[in-house]
Design a protein around this ligand. Sequence first.
Ligand code: MN
Length: 290
Amino acid sequence: MLNRYFYRFFLTTIFFSIALFTLYCSKKYLSITNADLAFSSFMPVKIQTLNIIEQQKRLIVIGDVHGCLNSFERLIEKLDVTAEDVIVLAGDLVAKGPDSLGVLRKAKELGALCVRGNHDDEVLRWKKYLNTVTEELLEESNLPNGLVFGEHQEIASSLPEELFSYLVSCPVILSVPQYELLIVHGGVDPTKSLEVQDEYVVMNIRNILDNGSPTRKTSHGTSWSKIWNRIQSTKEHPTTIVYGHAAVRGLSVKPYSIGLDTGCVKGKELTAMMFPSKELISVKCHKHDL
Ligand SMILES: [Mn+2]
């Protein structure tokens, strides 16, 4: 009799231990931090300030282009861009789409500013790794944590010096004090000051888990922008964050956050917002950027 109770108790304990351990691991896996990467990228400038001068007409922020050169060119045409406009790309200029190098070339030619996206960073991490490794050592089993063979490696190995210089110059956070704006790729941890934000989190974040950790998943926790808006609405001088990275959520205009990734590479739209008017202009994208 005693034996049977003991057996039940034993099994229940094992069951709950496994359940708790699984929960712990999944939470750990979900949260993101720079420390997860064994091999770091070329360290970006963390915060850059953009001062708009009087002669400059419009500040134009454009969502994730992801190598869709045709759509990017059509949007620039539709915007009727002149030399007095300031263009900022909200990150993820490269990968997924057909012409990453073409997009970088066009952005550089336009004198566009940019912030670093998670895919841009992955290309730069590959570039740094390729600079240090010999051909013989380039094997799946030797790859540092966070790197996988694929298009990021291909882009990195065909990246000419001048386009590398352009991409590596994109800061993580671009601050526009005149318009009380911040431009980033992913978002921020709303509970932390700008100075202590983790660069990797800013490039990757989508949600905040219930335990307060940032995650790139949209399936767990609360969107960072919801928390950001709640905090900013109590401030005397609130700041608005313009970002990309969240194609699943599409265009998301809230009082203090503006999400501009409208899924061009998935055949949806490429979107630009003008400041200070907050006017939106977009073009329709096509599958494979045709
Ligand atoms: Mn992204």
